[in-house]
Design a protein around this ligand. Structure first.
Ligand SMILES: Nc1nc2c(c(=O)[nH]1)N[C@H]1C(S)=C(S)[C@@H](COP(=O)(O)O)O[C@H]1N2
Ligand SMILES: [Mo]
Length: 444
């Protein structure tokens, strides 16, 4: 029996292989997992289920676990304010390139102006639940294990991984909470989590081995359902509960499709802050899927649950089921100007407005820009051939005629025909903000 067979209830049963289900359809997969979770059919990998339930009960009332919040660092250090916590990164985080947010560093979009389609490593955003661990490639091992392998655990050294056929792809990694602050500043809504503007995204050229090659060599069987990569960074402690190491299950269909175990980023060995020596890169999916510093991968014949696909990284709030939406997978559609928020610009001088747009669903088709707060729109010129999984750079000349405050707006449409809406759907943890951002500027 293959992995895709489910009984009439939608729950996997050994006895009832009657209804094949296409697990490569993300929404179908997620709806199924959600049902299983709700019915308590799955085990919660590594965390006591009663602890999780306690947390979720507290969490949904208070908004969330506070994970990924400005308060994350505070929780991790026992109540210090986030501002007092230095991000535990290895690379420098100068203020012209980054805005610090607790343990995280947001890329200043203005610092991308004039750079190429790839985010330079010195300005790629960092999102750390704790601190960057220092790992040596020579000591590093990847252990692949679990009940959906034909044999026992299989270990891969760095050299063994590098000896596998290499793939190279240009892909963004974007946090699910990117743009979160605009729920509050633009829509007047309360959300929990790191108050990113639009800089929790970076695009890099990743080189690595296919996860599918590693899983096949490890003896993955047709019984596999979920694949759970886990980071070697510290365990995450929040509100006194140890959630264990950062890990989030991937459906086996995605794991065998296009996921990379990356050891190079923009032609360099993967830097420590971005998961070196080896990280997972999951094309088009929210950043948490792309586990950094991967140390082991469980291949399971039953669905797996961790805090990162149950309470976290799902939508809670109006219009969502009480237990929350299905786990989030694909990223949404966004645009950003390569300009400081609140920049001042001289009147009657022509300047070239530049920015970037991207979508997790499809290549960007068109970008429109308004320089008068949304009354009139002009089409921007695209500077890259649009590809799914990456962004396009664009530009538009602008000659402001009157002084005073105004808003610049950029609106992308992807090749599925989806256009950024005026308002994003509110959810308590502020994920997947996709609305057109009103970028304030003052003409002087
Ligand atoms: N092991 C581990 N993997 C992780 C994280 C982490 O804290 N630990 N953060 C995740 C999140 S939430 C995001 S958005 C991306 C950020 O990748 P970056 O720091 O390379 O930009 O890594 C993901 N992988
Ligand atoms: Mo993230």
């Amino acid at each position: 029996m293959g992995p895709g067979f489910y009984g009439p209830s939608g729950i996997a049963t050994k006895e009832c292989p009657a209804m094949p289900l296409d697990l490569s359809d993300e929404s179908q997969y997620d709806r199924l997992r959600l049902k299983q979770w709700a019915r308590d059919r799955a085990r919660s990998a590594g965390v006591d289920r009663r602890d999780l339930l306690k947390l979720f009960a507290a969490g949904t009332a208070a908004g969330s676990l506070g994970l990924g919040a400005a308060g994350t660092a505070a929780a991790a250090t026992g109540g210090a304010t986030a501002a007092a916590v230095l991000p535990g990164t290895v690379k420098p985080l100068p203020p012209e390139l980054f805005t610090l947010r607790g343990t995280n560093a947001e890329t200043n979009f203005a610092a991308l102006r004039g750079t190429g389609p790839l985010t330079p490593l010195d300005r790629f955003f960092v999102r750390n639940h704790t601190v960057t661990p220092r790992l040596e490639a020579t000591d590093w091992r990847l252990k692949v294990w679990g009940d959906a392998l034909s044999g026992g655990p299989v270990e891969f050294s760095y050299d063994r991984l590098r000896a596998l056929p290499a793939v190279e792809r240009t892909l963004f990694i974007e946090c699910a909470g990117n743009g979160r602050s605009f729920y509050t500043t633009q829509q007047g809504q309360q959300v929990s989590g790191t108050a990113w503007t639009l800089g929790a995204i970076g695009v890099a050229r990743w080189r690595g081995a296919r996860l599918s090659d590693v899983l096949r060599r490890a003896g993955v069987t047709g019984a596999a359902v979920d694949v759970l990569p886990r980071g070697l960074d510290d365990e995450v402690v929040t509100n006194g509960v140890n959630l264990g190491r950062v890990r989030r299950p991937l459906p086996v269909s995605k794991a065998l499709d296009d996921v990379i175990l990356a050891y190079e980023m923009n032609g360099e060995p993967l830097p420590p802050d971005h998961g070196g020596p080896v990280r997972v890169v999951v094309p088009n999916w929210i950043g948490i899927s792309s586990i950094k510093w991967v140390g082991d991968i469980e291949v399971s014949a039953e669905p797996l649950y961790t805090p990162w696909n149950t309470d976290l990284y799902r939508l809670f709030g109006p219009g969502q089921p009480p237990q929350g939406s299905a786990p989030l997978t694909r990223q949404t559609l966004k645009s950003a100007f390569e300009l400081e928020l609140g920049a001042t610009v001289p009147v009657r001088r022509t300047r070239l407005l530049t920015g970037r747009s991207w979508s997790g669903a499809a290549p960007v088709h068109r970008v429109e820009v308004s320089t008068d707060g949304g009354a009139r729109w002009r089409r921007a010129r695209l500077h890259d051939v649009p590809h799914r999984g990456s962004w396009v750079r664009w530009s538009l000349p602008w000659t402001p005629r009157t002084t005073g405050p105004t808003a610049l707006l950029a609106r992308a449409t992807d090749t599925t025909g989806r256009t950024q809406p005026a308002t994003a759907a509110h959810n308590t943890q502020g994920y997947l903000f996709d609305a057109v951002v009103r970028h304030p500027v003052t003409v002087v």
